[in-house]
Write a protein of this length. Structure first.
Length: 606
């Protein structure tokens, strides 16, 4: 095991901070400072045009006209979301940055303007997650759009890897429907002769089906959660319904109607296919995302419904975000955290007493909490990482970051790999922890710039989604992360493998010129990655051996449908049993006709 950075600081990369005891050193090659970060964009992204205009607007993720490269500006083509997201995107400490993958603009690592100096600390036992970017005066109305981001290879003069001493109502019923466009032109405004496989070349995958929107959406559109593949069903949630489709032909198998909007979902369902969605408690502008709705994704059967207790003061400003681990769904928000039984929705635990309290959770094989401490304050926050017993909510161990550093994302739960940020210093780093909560390593990225796309779909009111990232993957001893492309249009990038025991790079792999790779997860001991397409070249799915080498192409999507593939807004990805699915992360249109002609999901297969 390497020594903590406070004793043996890593050299450069990932914003690796230096020993706080020593003299701060400037970056060897500091990036150019972008202009002053813009103010936060509207709560809802503008409606996307039904057809690409002859002269595309600059940025904001609109599709470009055929044959033209993306226009510079407000965060143009960007991918998932996270997610995937899950699904979704990584905040950038420098504010708005161009992103080569389309979709909504990249956001700063905070939801708005800084907190005024001298803002009062929360009282009454409620904790304010000491992030410097929360707007106090207009807190109830501000929204954070989870965006994509880029890792700058910065240096700092602080150390985040400072370890502690040691471990210390009635439910809606599903309905069935068969409304779907299978890619043969039978629905969604497509013509009967529109064969998506007509231009398919030898060796290319086929389009198995294409789904068109059949939901009457509100004026500003709606965010999409998912997709998740559960057996022979692929599920996504949007607006006021949760729907399951056949993976084979795209036919709708079931639908769970809701009376209010879906507003949150864990990164993944439980192993048995159970999912708990966050649903708003009303239809007005001031409705909160504090209702939980259980759904069996295998059958479409809706189960229990329960509310997350509302906090008071600053704690009441945060919508909780959800994570599933074992038989527990955990809800975390500013100063309030709770655990509920997946079986019946009964509360298992609440926020613990003490100086530090969880504000967000990451689920999966373990339940990981990010906690904020009252003693840290707003300008100099104190954060901790906990492993939590999903039944009792008690911490199995606690790891304390250096003051000023905050837990931003959990890239992997097992092994535990987290992203930490220092917003005051505009610096970030990646830390790996052991199963016992000790520092394992701090990754050193050299002069490379890395990217992770962490969304998960939807808007969060002062909440924090820890999961839903693509562009990263991990196995027991290695962490894999994608670099930023060499150019914004036909760029090339690498997947870099880091030794989790040393934090140093082991190898790098590339798909070749004009190809970019985004790791999705590990599968069969290999890194499963999405090869992003361009306007005239289809994307695809590739596998990279854990020992490195060139990617092995599993699916090459047809060039004939490349523009359709790139048209998906802030796309989410799923891969199962040789099929690859791309779903829009948000659906919106200028009018009713365009809304019905909007493509929402596509499936590729051999």
């Amino acid at each position: 095991m390497t020594q903590p950075p406070s004793q043996q600081p890593p050299q450069g990369g990932f914003g690796s901070p230096q020993d706080p005891q020593g003299v701060p050193q400037p970056p060897a090659q500091p990036p150019q400072m972008p202009p002053v970060p813009p103010t936060a964009p509207p709560a809802q992204p503008p409606t996307a045009p039904a057809q690409p205009p002859a002269q595309p607007p600059a940025g904001y993720g609109y599709p470009q006209a055929p044959g033209q490269p993306p226009a510079p500006g407000y965060g143009y083509p960007q991918a998932p979301g996270q997610q995937p997201g899950p699904y979704g995107q990584q905040p950038n400490p420098y504010g708005q940055q161009p992103n080569p993958y389309g979709g909504q603009p990249t956001q700063p690592g905070y939801p708005g303007a800084p907190v005024p100096a001298g803002a009062p600390a929360p009282g009454g036992g409620n904790f304010f997650k000491g992030r410097t970017g929360v707007v106090v005066a207009a807190a109830a109305a501000a929204l954070l759009v989870v965006g994509g981001g880029t890792w700058w290879a910065l240096s700092g003069d602080d150390d985040p890897a400072k370890p502690v001493a040691g471990p210390t109502g009635s439910a809606p019923q599903p309905s069935t429907s068969a409304s779907v466009d299978k890619g043969d032109g039978t629905g969604g405004g497509r013509t009967e002769n529109d064969d998506l496989n007509a231009g398919r070349q030898p060796g290319e995958a086929k389009v198995e089906w294409l789904l068109m929107n059949d939901v009457d959406l509100p004026r500003n559109g709606a965010d999409v959660y998912g997709p998740w593949v559960v057996g022979d069903t692929i599920v996504k949630a949007m607006y006021r319904s949760i729907e399951g489709f056949s993976v084979a032909d795209g036919k709708k198998k079931w639908s769970v109607p809701l009376t209010t909007d879906v507003c949150d979902a864990p990164a993944n369902p439980a192993d048995n296919g159970t999912m708990v969605f966050g649903v708003k408690d009303g239809t007005g502008d001031r409705a909160d995302c504090n209702v939980m709705q259980q759904v069996d994704l295998k059958t479409g059967k809706a189960g229990w419904k329960a509310s997350v207790p509302k906090g008071s003061g600053f704690a009441g400003l945060s919508d909780p975000t959800l994570a599933i681990s074992g038989n527990t769904v955990a809800a975390g928000g500013t100063g309030n955290s709770y655990g509920f039984s997946l079986t019946d929705g009964k509360q298992l635990f609440g926020s613990p007493d003490g100086d530090c309290r969880p504000f967000a959770f990451a689920g999966g094989p373990k339940l990981i909490a990010a906690a904020s401490c009252r003693s840290g304050g707003v300008d100099n926050p104190q954060n901790e990482v906990w492993e939590v017993d999903p039944t009792t909510g008690k911490a199995k161990w606690k790891y304390q970051l250096a003051r000023g550093w905050e837990v931003d994302k959990v890239y992997s739960v097992s092994p535990l790999v987290i992203n930490a940020v220092n917003e005051q210093k505009k610096t970030r780093t990646v830390l790996a922890l052991t199963d016992a909560g000790k520092l394992r390593s701090q990754l050193s990225g050299g002069n490379d710039k890395f990217q992770a796309k962490c969304g998960g779909g939807g808007l969060v009111v002062f909440g924090q989604r820890l999961q839903g990232c693509i562009g990263v993957a991990a196995d027991a001893n290695t962490f894999y992360m994608s670099t930023e492309p060499t150019s914004l249009t036909r760029g090339t990038n690498h997947v870099v493998a880091f030794d989790l025991n040393t934090g140093k790079p082991k190898w790098r792999s590339t798909a070749g010129p004009e190809r970019t790779l985004l790791p999705l997860r590990m599968e069969n001991g290999e890194v499963l990655a999405y090869m992003e397409g361009s306007w005239d070249k289809g994307g695809g799915v590739a596998a990279i051996a854990a020992t490195g080498g060139n990617p092995k192409v599993l699916l090459q999507h047809p060039a004939a449908t490349a523009r359709i593939e790139r048209d998906f807004w802030q796309p989410h990805y799923a891969y199962a049993d040789g099929r690859f699915f791309i779903a829009s992360g948000r659906v919106s249109a200028q009018n009713d006709k365009a809304e019905k002609e909007t493509k929402t999901m596509i499936a590729y297969g051999k």
